[in-house]
Design a protein around this ligand. Structure first.
Ligand code: ADP
Ligand code: MG
Length: 608
């Protein structure tokens, strides 16, 4: 038999290698952004067409390349960032494998223009499927501009595998966020189909987070800072009450490189322990600065995974830094743990913060105002249930908290109904306080309900049910409502459209406007604009809720009775009974407490 083994031609080898580095347009965006940063750029502009399927163009004002380097940069294992194996252990750049440009050039049509500061004229290299098509001198400014066209043009299987424009754009935006958050000191802009999605100026990390995710984030951030010999921790955690039910909003950077680490995530989760309802994820933006010799970033081609020399110390430092911040900003229970060593293992409520998601099941037909006794089906976690009624107080109410803790194990689920309404006078009236709250007597003392949050919870569940029933209850509008939308909003609406249609909306989406022709029957026309705008804002960042939940929440928010609205006796009673028929009367869909229970015991300790 003759010899059959042959070396693969470079173009084939590159294409195979490309599969590891370039999964989708967003991977190209990531690599090119990182190259620009490694080239010391201070301004980076990203232009995308068709979610990167047609064009990804990135222009930087970095150091540029000489003619030879420009040509060399597309060779596999061609890098200016390391020379010897030892260098791998002290990497301070984003790239070092010398694979990105070679991989990208193997599966796309690439044109690069680059110029160094010393040179008068720059260089152009055009390469398609690893084949050099043109090399020439060109007029261009200092820095590098790379245009990547028709990604996977020569690998139809991969091209067909790409997801919808919205999905691919979402991935690109996510990568853009990661890089932009890791480098608030640099200027970034992002355009999609000629629309400006982001324009980010040099700023602090806090300002960058706000610039990306919206102004309301400013109040949600708590700084974290800790410097040790092993590692410096710096960044922000998001206050527990803004935690979300889904992943998203977790950003770890190591030496300004975005990384994924479930191990470090766990350190933060532990620090947040007892402060988040079950199933909620803490959100954070944390940068760890570590001597590059103490880490190994070489374990994954996309370099998002990392190994630490001293994992355990980093875990402990991070956890304690976050705990410290939570405590300092009075988010953690303000109890003196030294005098109550037992308390740390128990979840304690605080004034503004939900603790755990209580899972209470109640009878949907239950009405506390009926004279016949209601029957609760079950209270799953009496402990949490009861805890959530504790009045969080700024003062150290060790007496009342202690006593309620010791009482907990003795509460029998079957007596749950007695907690509230057993001996409530049937003539008991509710009272509206400052047009915001509803107060009424219950067996254990007195309950105060936030009317807006209560109604939000009720409507939220109602719309989720409606959506899940797939009933379309549209009412045709005489005059369609028109809302101006940006490119980003357009893609968000397109993503949500099937679900909106399911609910009874009929939309016509064009480049700059959204026309609403039909709306769900139980929504008033004047509320529609607010609902849609709310929805688009809610989605300007990776959202924690699923689509159905997001839409339900947005409608609930816009249509719930507001604070400041007068309620009749009957309306109040109706609201209360509907609230306790929901699956989770304790918390609003956004995780905020709906009511407060002033126990007789507590009142007694206060009044003596
Ligand atoms: P790596 O970043 O791992 O070195 P790449 O394939 O991404 O590999 O890039 C190869 C080389 O091309 C880099 O090492 C760098 O010298 C050069 N290069 C790439 N992009 C730029 C840029 N935007 N500005 C200047 N030089 C660049
Ligand atoms: Mg690179």
């Amino acid at each position: 038999m003759s010899d059959i083994i042959k070396l693969l031609p470079d173009s084939v080898a590159n294409q195979i290698a490309a599969g590891e580095v370039v999964q989708r347009p967003a991977s190209v965006v990531k690599e090119l952004l990182e190259n620009a940063i490694d080239a010391n750029a201070s301004q980076i502009q990203l232009i995308i067409k068709d979610a990167g399927k047609a064009l990804i163009q990135i222009t930087d004002n970095g150091i540029g390349m000489s003619a030879t380097d420009a040509r060399m940069s597309f060779e596999r294992h061609a890098t200016s960032k390391i020379r010897t194996t030892e260098d791998i252990f002290s990497i301070r750049t984003k790239g070092f494998r010398g694979e990105a440009l070679a991989s990208i050039a193997a599966i796309a049509q690439v044109e690069m223009k680059t110029k160094t500061e010393e040179e008068e004229l720059g260089h152009l290299v055009r390469i398609e499927g690893s084949e050099i098509k043109e090399q020439s001198v060109v007029q261009t400014s200092t820095g590098t501009s790379i245009a990547v066209k028709n990604l996977f043009f020569n690998v139809p299987a991969r091209r067909n595998f790409l997801k919808s424009t919205q999905v691919e754009l979402r991935h690109i935006i996510d990568e853009f966020h990661r890089v932009a958050l890791a480098h608030p000191d640099l200027e970034f802009s992002l355009y999609h189909n000629e629309n400006e999605l982001f324009k980010l100026y040099k700023s602090t990390l806090r300002q960058r987070i706000v610039a990306i995710f919206g102004r309301k984030h400013n109040d949600q951030l708590v700084p974290v800072e800790e410097e040790t010999e092993v590692v410096s921790v710096e960044g922000f955690i998001v206050k527990p009450e803004f935690a979300r039910k889904k992943r998203g909003g977790q950003f770890f950077f190591v030496n300004n490189r975005f990384i994924k680490s479930s191990y470090l995530h766990k350190a933060i989760v532990e620090a947040f322990e007892h402060l988040l309802p079950n199933g909620y994820y803490p959100a954070y933006f944390i940068n760890l600065t570590i001597d590059p010799e103490r880490i190994d970033i070489n374990i994954h081609p996309t370099k998002t995974e990392i190994k630490f020399d001293d994992e355990y110390s980093i875990f402990a430092i991070l956890r304690s830094a976050v705990k410290h911040s939570l405590g300092q900003y009075n988010i953690a229970p303000s109890l003196d743990f030294n005098t109550h060593p037992d308390l740390e293992v128990t979840s304690l409520p605080t004034k503004n913060h939900p603790i755990k998601e209580p899972s209470i099941k109640v009878n949907p037909n239950f009405n506390p105002f009926e004279t016949s006794k209601p029957s609760f089906r079950e209270i799953q976690k009496t402990e949490q249930f009861y805890e959530s009624f504790n009045l969080g107080t700024e003062k150290k109410e060790s007496i009342s908290i202690e006593s309620s803790l010791t009482e907990l194990p003795h509460i029998q689920p079957e007596t749950a109904e007695n907690l509230f309404f057993d001996d409530m006078p049937s003539s008991s009236k509710s009272m509206q306080i400052h047009q915001k709250y509803i107060a009424f007597q219950v067996k254990s003392g007195m309950m105060i309900i936030d009317q807006y949050r209560a109604h939000q919870r009720i409507l939220f569940e109602r719309y989720i049910t409606l959506l899940n029933q797939q009933k379309s209850l549209g009412q045709q509008l005489m005059f369609p409502i028109s809302i101006a939308i940006t490119e980003l909003e357009k893609s968000l609406i397109e993503e949500l459209e099937p679900t909106l249609t399911q609910l009874g909306f009929q939309l016509e989406i064009s480049d700059e406007t959204l026309l609403i022709q039909t709306i769900p029957a139980n929504i008033e026309q004047r509320q529609v604009t607010e609902i849609i705008e709310n929805l688009m804002e809610k989605n300007a960042y990776p959202t924690s809720l699923g689509q159905i939940e997001t839409i339900a929440l947005s409608i609930a928010r816009s249509t719930a009775i507001k604070r400041g609205q007068n309620l009749t006796q009957q309306e109040m009673e109706h609201l209360i009974s509907e609230l306790f028929a929901t699956s989770n009367p304790n918390y609003s869909p956004e995780g905020k407490s709906i009511f407060l229970n002033l126990t007789l015991d507590f009142i007694k300790t206060q009044l003596g």
